[in-house]
Design a protein. Structure first.
Length: 186
């Protein structure tokens, strides 16, 4: 009973209709942003080094202690980002087209959680990063200054933008209430 109320409030009972189409553009934008982020991670996982120093991590060389663990973590991050990029399409019910309400309900709830995590993470880290860059918050003496700049201006805002696209896809694809439709007809 409570679950039905939660999934209804999350907009999980949307049909294949205009509600799905309204969320399509932000869902596709979120897909592009998420897959681009995942592609960068895959590039690093296969040995690419470009911009790796801007995230404040180092992937140790093969044979060094921790290399396998670091590599597994990077591949895991790429997989999570790829799944998160596709999830909004499932949630708004446009892909796969044959998705029934049973698949959309959990996808929609998970996507709302995704939107909250991406937006919250991106907002908090971007704001704090910009405060560090402005000198309002002082970074610790041993901080990686290059990574702090890149996080403030690219990596963390990227999460924020992605989260906003996911939120907009969900918001725009929510079901219209009958009362609102009646008001528009008058």
């Amino acid at each position: 009973m409570a679950e039905a109320g939660f999934t209804h409030a999350a907009g999980a009972n949307i049909p294949h209709s205009a509600t799905s189409r309204r969320g399509m553009l932000p869902a596709l934008a979120g897909l592009a942003v998420g897959l681009a982020y995942a592609a960068i991670i895959v590039y690093w996982a296969v040995g690419g080094r470009w911009l790796l120093n801007t995230v404040g991590i180092s992937l140790s060389q093969p044979g060094q202690a921790g290399h396998l663990a670091a590599l597994l973590a990077v591949w895991g991050a790429a997989a999570v980002k790829a799944v998160a990029a596709v999830l909004p399409l499932l949630a708004i019910g446009v892909w796969p087209r044959t998705a029934n309400g049973g698949l959309r309900r959990p996808a929609r709830v998970l996507t709302w959680i995704e939107a909250a995590i991406l937006t919250g993470y991106g907002l908090v880290l971007t704001a704090s990063g910009l405060l560090v860059q402005a000198g309002v918050i002082e970074a610790v003496a041993h901080a990686d200054r290059l990574a702090l700049k890149w996080h403030a201006y690219l990596w963390d805002p990227w999460f924020l933008i992605w989260g906003i696209f996911v939120f907009l896809a969900l918001w725009r694809s929510r079901p219209q209430h009958q009362g609102l439709k009646a008001c528009r007809l008058r």
